[in-house]
Write a protein that binds this ligand. Structure first.
Ligand code: BGC
Ligand code: BGC
Length: 776
């Protein structure tokens, strides 16, 4: 499995592949995916290939195909496809000879570029440059440009392109065959509707041409077919002349906020008008406006600068910020972030705890408004969370393990990959019993509040989320006559290689924390009872509070062993079989343990998929002593396969805390390589969203040493050996801070300077008016 990628242009913000490998198309399709949070398009080639996965998704357009499937984000009609015939040979990199090839994504501008010098079977040479941009400024807009130059011959060129509604999600067709129409023989429109959720999706596209930079009209043959509208154009191009093709497309849906209640006809008309205006502007202008938006909204606002020997590290952080931008639906509070963003079918567009624990810190510290909206998304899904709790005979809000549209409730599929022992699909228990997500959301609410001081958010949403989730936990607790304590039995913790466990340490501690926080806030709100009257009544808070008080001190919390300091990951973990895991620790791909064991067997081995006790240390840092952390690290890390992309960054941050800097650096490198690395298959289903947040956490939390501890800001940088300096920006309670650290000094600037900022560095408090400078 040779990697086709290179990072020679890391300095120029460019990810590039130099070789076309038709067996590994998924890698670049996903990691070079374009988008703007409203839509995401996998970076498949213009011409199609077997083995490709063309994917185009719009946030929030969930559809449930039938009773056997769960709601998923449909793959909408393809607009990227352009088929070319060059002197009667269909252009394909699988035929003829590739003389020059590169495909690259410029992270700075968000532009995709493919450069090809192709020799046909007849020895005719063609130079082709393909450019593509998804506008960050106009979220509905997609633009393509293609320049063709015949190098050693005259050329007859045929171009076929349009809108292709024959797309599926691995065979599931979510769309009706909608209305299709040509306007002025120039503009194409296709209206699809999702089959169950009834969302109208309106596509428009148009092609235009230039001969040696001068506008020209080409003969066209228009056609409408089942689920497809397209046009074929003919051009004659003398040797060394250039033909430029521009394809400008847009997409709107009846789910767009501005289209609520607007008749479909009106959306069709408006979107067509918008397309005409965009086509007039043309590719270059669309691309430069979008690039400017990237500069203003992302790179200039939240720069992270790593001065290190290896430029790949800087590239990796930019790559993470790029994808964090592309995946996040900042335009609509009714939408969450998918575990694969908008870059593939993986996890069906669903939102997991990945958002709250791995991605949200990035936004809380850099764009709190976006973080707030992501939490409001959870608030808006409360109805589904109530339904879920209710159907399990619990009270309050039990958030689904996987979340889609607001009232969908639980959408985790029930059946997964093959069980190598039985030959049947494996049952997925997460949707039934992976419950920690409910506390993770409450934790994120608190974290947001502490870092931003956003009282209005708490008054409108935050308190309610914390009370409602605490209400769930207290109803979830199971009393044991034996030890007279409350337990949480039969769960899956973060480590999904242990199913049906009792007293998973992470779950119990987080549930306890959730109830405790609710008790604290209840006490605070008592004085303002009249203002929160409605909330108190709706959540029956008086009775619930009595229950919290009665139970809180009886929640079972696994404590460190007296001798060895080990905290049992769950009740049985430490009694399970210990096997030699060397082979799996050295694996090049995740999940290789399943080549030898099925999940039931893995359940009985002391092996973890991902951080579990470690993530508890990460979130509840000050609860445990350094010795306890170290002992557990030494115990669990060797038993953790990092088979989830959520594992490495947590371990990186903790390794730093434990002063194992070399290891922290190594784990950071591995975290950076989850998508960018040489494994050509691991991103096929889409990029790993949580790992993008994880890369940021490794840098800012890990090496930058930033942490919110009990409502206080701590900054204790620990640069890796090979880094000369690190610079980043964070927001703390409304103040923008710029942090610069090198081998000798730490410099923190309060750029807003309307309030003093209190920061702890090496256990000492400093109050920053405008600047803090200290020697390290
Ligand atoms: C994941 C679960 C998820 C399931 C179904 C598994 O691979 O580990 O967290 O719920 O897939 O999407
Ligand atoms: C992990 C989960 C995660 C999910 C989605 C699974 O493999 O085990 O913790 O939420 O993937 O990224």
């Amino acid at each position: 499995m040779e990697s086709t990628l290179n990072y020679n242009k890391a300095k120029d913000w460019i990810i590039e592949e130099n070789e076309f490998d038709h067996s590994n198309l998924g890698k670049c399709e996903a990691i070079m995916c374009l988008g703007n949070g409203y839509l995401g398009i996998r970076s498949s080639a213009e011409e199609s290939y077997t083995g490709e996965t063309r994917g185009y998704y719009i946030a929030g357009t969930f559809n449930k195909l039938d009773q056997y499937e769960v709601s998923e984000l449909p793959n909408i009609a393809d607009i990227i496809n352009i088929e070319l015939e060059l002197n009667e040979n269909s252009f394909s990199l699988e035929k003829g000879k590739i003389k020059e090839y590169s495909k690259s994504l410029n992270l700075k501008t968000g532009e995709l570029h493919r450069h090809v010098l192709w020799e046909s079977m007849q020895g005719e040479l063609f130079l082709l440059d393909f450019y593509r941009t998804v506008s960050l400024k106009d979220m509905h807009l997609v633009a393509q440009k293609l320049v063709i130059v015949p190098v050693n011959c005259d050329a007859k060129i045929k171009i076929t392109s349009g809108i292709n509604g024959r797309m599926t999600n691995s065979g599931s067709q979510h769309m009706t065959d909608g209305e299709k129409r040509f306007y002025d023989r120039k503009y194409m429109q296709l209206v699809q509707a999702t089959s169950e959720s009834g969302i109208d999706i309106i596509h428009n596209t148009t092609l235009s041409f230039k001969l040696n930079q001068k506008k020209t009209e080409l003969n066209s043959n228009i056609a409408i077919d089942r689920r497809r509208i397209f046009c074929a154009y003919d051009a004659v191009l003398p040797k060394n002349n250039s033909l430029t093709i521009e394809k400008i497309s847009n997409v709107y849906t009846s789910r767009d906020i501005q289209n609520q209640g607007v008749p479909l006809k009106t959306i069709q008309e408006r979107s067509l008008e918008a397309l005409k205006a965009s086509a007039m502007a043309g590719y270059d202008q669309i691309a430069s406006v979008s690039a400017k938006e990237w500069e203003d909204k992302v790179w200039d606002t939240n720069p992270i600068i790593i001065d290190s020997e290896d430029e790949y590290e800087q590239l990796a952080v930019r790559f993470a910020q790029y994808h964090l931008t592309v995946m996040t639906p900042i335009h609509d509070k009714r939408m969450g972030i998918g575990a694969k963003g908008l870059s593939g079918e993986g996890y069906k567009g669903h939102t997991f705890w990945d958002t709250e624990i791995f991605i949200l810190p990035y936004f809380i510290f850099t764009e709190p408004e976006i973080a707030k909206n992501l939490l409001i998304y959870r608030y808006l899904t409360l109805e589904g969370a109530h339904k879920k709790a209710n159907s399990n005979n619990y009270k309050g809000a039990q958030f689904p393990w996987e979340s889609a549209w607001l009232d969908d409730g639980e959408v985790t599929p029930v059946w997964g990959p093959v069980d190598i022992v039985t030959g049947l699909p494996t049952k997925i228990w997460s949707g039934f019993i992976e419950q920690h997500v409910t506390a993770d959301i409450a934790y994120a609410v608190w974290q947001y509040y502490m870092i931003t001081d956003d009282q209005e958010f708490m008054d409108c949403y935050g308190y309610e989320l914390i009370f409602d989730t605490a209400k769930f936990w207290s109803s979830r607790l199971e009393y044991s006559q034996e030890d007279k304590l409350y337990h949480i039995n039969d769960v899956v913790g973060p480590d999904e290689y242990k199913e049906h466990v009792d007293d998973n340490a992470f779950t119990n501690y987080l549930a306890y924390w959730n109830i405790k926080k609710a008790i604290e806030y209840y006490g605070q709100l008592q004085e303002e009872r009249t203002r929160f009257k409605d909330l108190f009544t709706r959540l029956d808070l008086n009775n619930t509070y009595t229950e919290w008080i009665d139970r809180i001190d009886k929640v079972y919390l696994p404590t460190p062993g007296k001798q060895d300091f080990i905290i049992a990951q769950d009740k049985s973990y430490l009694t399970l079989k210990d096997i030699d895991l060397t082979k799996y620790k050295r694996q090049k791909q995740v999940g290789t343990i399943f080549n030898d064991y099925n999940l039931e067997q893995v359940n009985n081995i002391q092996v973890s998929k991902q951080a579990d006790v470690m993530i508890l240390f990460f979130l509840m840092e000050d609860l445990f002593s350094h010795d306890v952390k170290k002992a557990n690290w030494n115990y669990y890390e060797p038993r953790t396969l990092h088979d989830s992309s959520l594992s490495l960054s947590t371990h990186c941050v903790l390794a730093n805390d434990m002063c194992d800097y070399e290891l922290a650096y190594e784990l950071f490198k591995r975290a950076c390589s989850i998508d960018l690395g040489p494994n050509m298959k691991s991103s096929n289903e889409g990029i790993h969203s949580a790992s993008m947040g994880g890369i940021w956490q490794s840098v800012v939390y890990g090496f930058g040493g930033v942490r919110m501890m009990n409502g206080q800001l701590r900054i204790e940088p620990k640069l890796p050996e090979s880094w000369n300096s690190l610079q980043f920006s964070i927001k703390w309670k409304g103040q923008s801070l710029q942090v610069f650290v090198d081998k000798r000094k730490l410099l923190i600037k309060n750029c807003t300077a309307t309030k003093k900022v209190e920061v702890y560095v090496n256990n000492k408090a400093y109050s920053i008016d405008t600047e803090l400078k200290m020697k390290l």
